[in-house]
Design a binder for this molecule. Structure first.
Ligand code: PMV
Length: 333
C-alpha cells in the first residue's frame, strides 16, 4: 500500500481575472487530502472515503454496486468526488502502462468540499501519486500536476484552470498565467479561513463576470485592475511585506465584490476579520459562498470569526511549502 497526501489552496490574489489571461497567485495551505492505494488482484476499483468535509461523513462506494452512498451531504458532491477518483485512476493506469490495474482506495480529507479550497485537486493529485507509486512508477510533481489537470478537465467538461492542481502538486505559493505555472518565493503567511458552510456555483459566477465584462468597459477595466493588483502583490510577496499583502487582499476583495461574486456571508466574514485587526481579508475561489481568507498572525481573527453569524467554521491554515508527498501508512486508518 502507498499513502500520498496533497494540500488544498487559497487564492491570495487573482481568481476570476485568471480566466481572462491575467496572472493569479494561489497558495497551498496546511490542510491535506490523504489517499491510500493498494493494488488488487483483479481490475476492480473500490473506494472508501471518510471525513470529506470538516463536519465529517462516511461514504462507502464501489463500482460493483449501484447503491446510493449513505452520507449527510448532497449526493452530487459525493458523486463528483468519485468522478475525480475515477479520472485519477485512469491517469495512474496510463502513466504506469497498466490499463487493467485494480485498486482499493481510501480517502481522508481535511478540506471542505466545493468551498474554494481545492479539495478535488488535492484528492486527484494525491490519488495519481499513490496510484502510480503502487504500480512502481514515480512521477515528478510537474507531471502529476499535468495529469491531475487533465483529469479535472475531463470531469469539469473542459472548464478548469491549472491553478489548483499545480499548486497542490508543488506546494508553496505559485504564479499561474495561462499555461505558464511556476513556484514563487513567499514568506510565512499566517492564513485564517472562515467557512460559511456553503458553496458557490463556479460556472454561474464565471458566466456572470463574463457578461459584465462584455457589457461594460469599466467591468473589463476592473478585471484588468485585478491583474495589475496581482503584479503588485508579487512584489510584496518577494519583499515579504505582510502589511502590503493585506492591503492588496482588501483591495482584491473590493474588486471581486464589484464584479458581483461576493455574498452577504462572505462580506460579513471579511468585515469581521478586518474589525478584528487582520492585515487583510478577501473571498477565495469562485465566491458566491464558501470561504474567505484573512492574514493575521494573532488569534483575534479566528476568534472573531467563530462569533460571526453565518460563519460555520474558522481555522488557521499556514502556507504549506510541501506539495504532494508520501505519508506513513498509519496516517490513514
Ligand atoms: O472556487 P475554485 O477554487 O474552484 O476557484 C475558481 C477560480 C476561478 O478563477 C473563478 C475559475 C477558474 O477556473 O480559474
Amino acid at each position: 500500500m502507498v499513502v500520498s497526501s496533497a494540500p488544498g489552496k487559497v487564492y491570495l490574489f487573482g481568481e476570476h481575472a485568471v480566466v481572462y489571461g491575467e496572472p493569479a497567485v494561489p497558495c497551498a495551505i496546511e490542510l491535506r487530502a490523504r489517499v491510500a492505494v493498494e493494488a488488487r488482484d483483479d481490475d476492480r476499483i473500490r473506494v472508501h472515503a471518510e471525513d470529506l468535509s470538516l463536519n465529517g461523513f462516511t461514504v462507502e462506494y464501489s463500482d460493483e454496486s449501484d447503491d446510493a452512498p449513505d452520507v449527510d451531504v448532497s449526493e452530487s458532491l459525493v458523486r463528483a468526488g468519485i468522478e475525480y477518483i475515477d479520472a485519477a485512476v485512469e491517469q495512474a493506469r496510463e502513466a504506469a502502462g497498466r490499463p487493467d490495474a485494480g485498486f482499493d482506495i481510501t480517502i481522508e480529507s481535511e478540506i471542505p468540499l466545493g468551498a474554494g479550497l481545492g479539495s478535488s485537486a488535492a484528492v486527484t493529485v494525491a490519488g495519481i501519486d499513490a496510484g502510480t507509486r503502487e504500480l512502481g512508477v514515480e512521477l515528478p510533481p510537474e507531471e502529476i500536476a499535468d495529469r491531475a489537470y487533465r483529469a479535472e478537465l475531463e470531469v469539469q467538461d473542459g472548464e478548469a484552470s491549472r491553478a489548483d492542481t499545480f499548486c497542490s502538486a508543488t506546494g508553496g505559493a505559485v504564479r499561474v498565467e495561462g499555461d505558464d505555472c511556476r513556484a514563487i518565493d513567499a514568506p510565512d503567511l499566517p492564513f485564517v479561513i472562515g467557512f460559511d458552510g456553503g458553496a458557490g456555483d463556479t460556472g454561474r459566477l464565471v458566466a456572470g463576470v463574463r457578461a459584465l465584462r462584455e457589457e461594460y468597459d469599466f467591468a473589463a477595466d476592473t478585471v484588468a485592475g485585478i491583474g495589475d493588483l496581482v503584479r503588485s502583490g508579487e512584489d510584496a510577496l518577494a519583499a515579504g511585506d505582510l502589511d502590503e499583502l493585506g492591503e492588496l487582499m482588501d483591495f482584491n476583495h473590493g474588486l471581486l465584490e464589484a464584479l458581483g461574486v461576493s455574498s452577504r456571508s462572505l462580506d460579513a466574514m471579511v468585515w469581521a476579520a478586518r474589525d478584528a485587526g487582520a492585515l487583510g481579508a478577501k473571498l477565495t475561489g469562485a465566491g458566491g459562498g464558501g470561504c474567505i481568507v484573512a492574514l493575521d498572525p494573532t488569534d483575534r481573527t479566528e476568534t472573531a470569526l467563530t462569533f460571526t453569524p453565518g460563519c460555520e467554521d474558522a481555522f488557521r491554515a499556514e502556507l504549506d511549502t510541501d506539495g504532494v508527498r508520501v505519508e506513513d501508512e498509519e496516517d490513514v486508518r
